[in-house]
Design a protein around this ligand. Structure first.
Ligand SMILES: [Zn+2]
Length: 459
């Protein structure tokens, strides 16, 4: 095992080893469930899935948890704008109550889980609603209060960043980077533009607390849940790059100040945006769409996963339908080739497995892993059955669904013909083998032989 990951905290690719050698502990920022996820949001979870699968493939145990934000997240990601859950309730014409808020959250959480399932994203060990951990949030804010890191304004309890010297660790201490904080300074009671809410008062709707009725700040929920489930210090924290400047920065500072332990998290890992037409895909823009749109267009949604894996998770990708359709054609070809290798699963080619592991362990280099997969398929020195075994092994990380492929792409009848033809060729009955090939042609498939096996394509 020689895992290397790019760490946003140090801006370097670093050797990774877990704090507890027996188990990697990872926290993933989950969605705010006030609406459907768009395919840009889902990239962060495909990235995290590849990360989790790679860690396990390397032979390490992993505990990964994810929060589901069902309250307290404002549209600006900082402390201004509307509350997203409230916005969701208003949009759906529902009365503003905590019960309705929870019901809304549960509805969109199920939709989110459906999306993850569709994209072969393995569910994390624990997905927890933030609103179930209010007690932990309150305790954490109280700890910060006791240590004098907070102050009170008319609308909430705030963290005072002037009390710390290293605010903004994720951007190497360049404090004025926080454009979000600087731009939205409508709240004149804040002492510093980057100060952020730990608790926001709300007279109409909210939870009771020693500070007053309201909601915990969005950032505090992740610190509280991370500490609760993974401890005061843990190994990896993931999320989309949009979470880096405000959300994760604030998580770090408040956790470290509350516990007195540094670093809160050893590795911060972020996936890049999905652009569409040169702009970031976002719920607030009009340029987003749901995963179900792919099925509507008759595209297998797993093609989206495949397309994402063609680029490094740290590269911005530009979505367009032509690119996705291209990915789908390539994936279908892979499926067909795989099925064409027959029904016997042989042994894993260790030489390929070694390389595959090396590429993934090198900061999840999925583009190189995919080109290795194509090389394996083309390699005439590898038996088809062994190719099959190796592909299935690769798929433990890639998650493209080879295991469940049977008649989906090629019918049983064709598979039977392929096997009969193999048998005929083994017995040097070339007449029969040619007849079977013609029969396959008449059913719309062509088979081409090579010394390492054969390829099957739809005509
Ligand atoms: Zn979070």
């Amino acid at each position: 095992m020689s895992l290397k990951f790019y760490n946003t905290l140090t801006r370097e690719k670093e050797d990774f080893s877990p704090i507890d050698p027996k188990k990697v502990r990872m926290y993933t920022c989950g969605p705010t469930v006030y609406n459907y996820a768009h395919i840009g949001n889902l990239r962060a979870y495909v990235f995290t899935d590849i990360l989790c699968r790679t860690i396990r493939y390397s032979g390490l145990k992993l505990k990964q948890i994810m929060n589901i934000t069902d309250m307290g997240h404002l549209t600006s990601d900082a402390d201004s704008g509307e509350d997203k859950m409230t916005k969701g309730l208003l949009r759906e014409g529902k009365e503003l109550t905590l019960k309705n808020m929870r019901a809304l959250a549960e509805f969109y959480t199920e939709k989110f889980k459906d999306d993850l399932r569709t994209l072969n994203v393995e569910m994390s060990d624990g997905m927890y609603f933030a609103s179930d951990y209010i007690k932990e949030d309150i305790e954490l804010v109280q700890k910060l209060e006791q240590k004098n890191f907070t102050y009170r304004t008319s609308d909430g309890i705030y963290f005072d960043i002037s009390k710390v010297s290293d605010y903004g660790a994720l951007w190497s201490g360049k404090r004025n980077w926080n454009k979000e904080g600087a731009r939205v300074e409508e709240n004149s009671e804040k002492k510093n533009p980057e100060d952020f809410a730990l608790w926001k008062f709300n007279k109409k709707i909210g939870f009771e607390s020693p500070f007053g009725k309201g909601f915990p700040g969005w950032h505090i929920e992740c610190s509280a849940m991370g500490i609760k489930f993974l401890g005061e210090q843990f190994d990896i924290h993931t999320g989309g790059i949009d979470l880096m400047t405000t959300h994760h920065t604030n998580e770090i500072v408040q956790s470290e100040c509350a516990t007195g332990k540094k670093p809160f998290v050893k590795f911060w890992m972020h996936s890049e945006f999905v652009d569409i037409g040169g702009a970031k895909m976002a719920k607030s823009e009009d340029n987003f769409f749901k995963l179900s749109k792919l099925s509507e267009k008759n595209i297998n949604p797993i093609s989206y996963r495949f397309w994402l894996l063609m680029a490094s998770y740290r590269t911005k990708v530009n979505f367009n339908w032509e690119a996705l359709e291209g990915a789908e054609i390539a994936l279908k070809r892979l499926y067909n080739l795989y099925i064409g290798f027959g029904s016997t699963v042989g042994k894993i080619e260790l030489k390929y497995q070694q390389k595959f592991k090396e590429y993934l362990e090198d900061d999840l280099d999925t583009p190189r892993a995919l080109s290795l997969l194509w090389n394996l398929i083309k390699d005439e020195n590898v038996f088809p059955a062994d190719k099959k075994a190796t592909i299935l092994d690769f798929d433990k990380v890639l998650g493209l669904g080879f295991k469940n492929l049977k008649e989906e792409i090629i019918s049983k009848e064709i598979i039977k013909l392929i096997e009969e033809r193999e048998e005929a060729r083994k017995n040097k009955d070339f007449k029969k083998s040619d007849e079977l090939r013609d029969k396959m042609n008449s059913l719309g498939y062509e088979i081409k032989d090579s010394s390492g096996g054969y390829k099957i394509n739809k005509i």
